[in-house]
Design a protein around this ligand. Structure first.
Ligand SMILES: Cc1cc2nc3c(=O)[nH]c(=O)nc-3n(C[C@H](O)[C@H](O)[C@H](O)COP(=O)(O)O)c2cc1C
Length: 190
């Protein structure tokens, strides 16, 4: 099984990455990591879009600009580590999605609707927050919508630990609880 680990956690002591490693440990298999914030993706300006449209129109999808999309399409399982930033996730992760949303590689259109070209059937979204995640719609909710409608990934699961930066809150206990929940989830998968 090939797992793609999209690690958008930027801090060296990241608690989000700590939970993601827990998920990866349960999954086993081959893991390839990509760190969107270290990829130096080009800004999706007019020139970039024109270059990409030209390559797509010519059916030339083997270039370096499509390597992240090819990698995503070929993975069996996706694990995303995304700290809760500004009610959502780091902008580098959005840039990553801009890079991998390629017609003809990760999805295509039939009768005007997106149809997946990806192998993955499972996506795990791991996040931690300083406060409460009172709405997951702009983080996990967005990724799930994308995964379900474009990439055909039916099983999208979020694992989270909240309130980690709250004064007096037992962050260690919250992390242990999240790890416990991850363990319970995988023990039920058999
Ligand atoms: C740029 C930035 C934005 C953040 N925005 C929020 C936020 O909107 N809500 C919140 O509860 N915590 C917010 N936090 C706190 C982080 O969610 C929290 O510290 C998280 O555990 C960081 O994950 P990490 O340990 O993986 O880096 C923010 C932190 C940073 C650095």
């Amino acid at each position: 099984m090939k797992t793609l680990y999209v690690n958008a956690a930027v801090r060296s002591g990241s608690r989000t990455a700590e939970l993601a490693r827990e998920v990866l440990g349960h999954l086993g298999g081959d893991v390839t990591e990509i760190r969107p914030h270290e990829c130096g993706f080009p800004v999706a300006d007019e020139g970039f879009l024109a270059k990409r449209d030209k390559a797509c129109a010519a059916g030339n999808l083997s270039g370096e600009m499509f390597s992240a999309a090819r990698q995503f399409a070929q993975a069996d399982t996706i694990v995303i580590a995304a700290p809760f930033w500004d009610l959502s996730f780091p902008a580098a992760l959005k840039q990553y999605f801009e890079q991998i949303n390629v017609v003809g590689l990760t999805f295509t259109y039939r009768d005007g609707r997106p149809v997946s070209l990806c192998r993955a059937k499972r996506l795990f979204y791991v996040t931690t927050a300083g406060g409460r995640i009172f709405s997951a719609e702009y983080g996990f909710g967005y990724v799930r919508a994308l995964a379900e409608s474009f990439y055909g990934i039916g099983e999208c699961v979020m694992f989270s630990a909240e309130r980690l930066d709250e004064y007096g809150f037992d962050a260690d206990a919250a992390m242990e609880q999240a790890k416990h929940e991850i363990g319970v989830y995988f023990s039920r998968q058999g």
